[in-house]
Design a protein around this ligand. Structure first.
Ligand code: UN1
Length: 497
């Protein structure tokens, strides 16, 4: 059994020995193994981290953006050096297979190099003025102290998506990672520390969402909250920030669908469906949780899917044979199980899976069988609610139009996919699908860091992460007028008189 990590808060450039009041994270593939202990941070800890970030902001915002970006570039280089070590830790603490864990770190690396480039591209605009001898432009300014509240499913990538653009833009940050992955967050912040950021620019507090997270969101000196997690928590975060007039970026649930039309390359669509639905054990907000199948190929495609999904190998992420890792914790495992009862009671049938996997060593962890639900209709709860497990619901349709209507018939709108060889349908789908991300002939998962990531409807609140869109999230516009006429020019009056 590997050693247990002791996680601490990182405030103002120091790792703080603070409390005996500690919580623990466990290995979801082997529930008796404690991976880390971490402090149950208090309001006082939150307050010190905010004060440190506020103080550091005074100088950090004045460092030229290209120079700020060099620190972020350095984080990318260090992440590369530590990639394997971090991937092993992700597999142990969060459970995903090593290949995916390496991908998680790789997203952080990609984000570092991409965001660092933005340091030389924080463009504004110049525009004509209404008046002679007057100049107008817009410049980007940082927002201040940013609280970054992150989930456990991408314990390296998501904190990087948030922290890196925030820092390049001149903000200071406080990371509050999920309770399930404190060690991953600690290792990540150690890397930020090695990159040499001035004290207080990057801070870390641990603890419980309803305590530490809430305290951060409510703190008057936190200017922006960037949250990724459940819709339920996101709504609370949004309400508080709305009341306090803070900028808030919410990235919440999905009920993503993949359409397979009768003209699709079925083998390709199958590869996409298996990866989209069962990759990361379905624990991605972009996971494929509905398969909308044209009736002409439904029977054949279902057989192919059944055959493939029933062979997927479950196991610990760090076991190289594993294709599907564990569910993050017991609460989530039970939640997925409860959805099976709901599916049955609503009249859906369970084609394969449907239960907790407990053969051999699997009983030591939280494993759920890859599950296919058939005869699902669009109004069933299993077709509408995010399950966050290796469960996919099959819905039959008669036409392209019906497929798009059903895909859109959800409160969420993160990712989406259509498999078709018909270019007209592909472009129509691109136009008509209500989602932040649409894949043509690709699965619903696999977003790249240089493109905007986020969703419509109840998935988010209009902000985007990643790509240059992240720069909009983490900056304010300042409009600057320069009058070089040497006399008072009265806008909207002089020119019109
Ligand atoms: C998430 O599940 O919260 O597009 C993020 C993807 C990954 C990121 C998922 N690059 O599936």
């Amino acid at each position: 059994m590997a050693a247990t990590f002791t996680c601490r808060n990182f405030i103002n450039g120091k790792w703080l020995e603070n409390t005996d009041n500690r919580l623990q994270s466990i290995n979801p593939a082997s529930k008796n193994e404690i991976v880390a202990t971490f402090p149950r941070s208090t309001d006082e800890d939150v307050n010190s981290s905010v004060m440190a970030a506020r103080n550091a902001y005074k100088n950090w915002r004045l460092i030229p953006a290209p120079a700020r970006a060099e620190y972020v570039f350095k984080v990318g280089e260090l992440l590369l050096t530590h990639k394997e070590e971090l991937a092993q830790l992700i597999s142990r603490e969060m459970g995903k297979p090593l290949t995916e864990a390496r991908g998680d770190v790789q997203e952080g690396i990609d984000c570092a190099f991409y965001s660092a480039g933005e340091g030389r591209r924080l463009y504004g605009q110049t525009t004509p003025s209404e008046m002679p001898n007057k100049f107008a432009m817009t410049v980007r300014t940082p927002i201040g102290v940013c609280a970054l509240i992150t989930p456990w499913n991408f314990p390296i990538a998501i904190p990087c998506w948030k922290a890196m653009p925030a820092l390049v833009c001149g903000n200071t940050v406080i990371l509050k990672p999920a309770e399930d992955t404190p060690a991953c967050a600690t290792k990540l912040i150690e890397i930020f520390e090695k990159a040499g950021f001035p004290p207080g620019v990057v801070n870390l507090v641990h603890g419980i969402g309803e305590e530490t997270g809430k305290s951060l969101v409510e703190h008057p000196d936190v200017n922006l909250v960037s949250f990724t997690g459940s819709s339920q928590t996101g709504s609370l975060v949004g309400e508080i920030c709305g009341r306090l007039h803070k900028r808030v970026c919410l990235e919440m649930g999905g009920k993503n669908a993949q359409i397979v039309m009768e003209d699709a390359d079925l083998e390709l669509a199958l590869d996409g469906a298996v990866w989209g639905a069962f990759g990361t054990a379905g624990q991605r907000c972009t996971a494929t949780s509905r398969l909308i199948l044209h009736r002409d190929i439904k029977a054949k495609f279902t057989e192919m899917l059944k055959e493939r999904a029933s062979k997927l190998r479950l196991g610990a992420g760090y076991d190289t044979n594993t294709e599907i890792g564990p569910i993050i914790n017991d609460k989530q495992l039970q939640q997925v199980r409860i959805y099976m009862d709901i599916a049955r009671s609503e009249g859906a049938s369970i084609l394969i899976g449907g239960g907790i996997a407990s053969e051999g060593t699997l009983k030591e962890g939280y494993f759920f069988q890859p599950t296919i639900l058939d005869n699902v209709t669009p109004n069933m709860r299993v077709a509408r609610e995010e399950i966050f497990g290796p469960v996919v619901a099959l819905i039959e349709v008669n036409s392209f139009k019906q497929a798009i209507d059903i895909l859109n018939d959800t409160n969420y709108g993160l990712s989406s996919s259509i498999y078709t060889r018909d270019v007209n349908r592909a472009f129509t789908a691109m136009r008509d699908i209500e989602a932040g991300i649409t894949y043509i002939n690709g699965p619903t998962i696999g977003a790249e860091v240089h493109l905007p990531f986020g969703g419509v409807k109840q998935t988010g609140n209009g902000h985007r992460e990643a790509g240059s869109a992240a720069i909009d999230t983490f900056t304010e516009w300042k409009t600057v007028y320069v009058d070089f006429s040497g006399s008072l020019q009265r806008a909207q009056i002089d020119n019109r008189d």
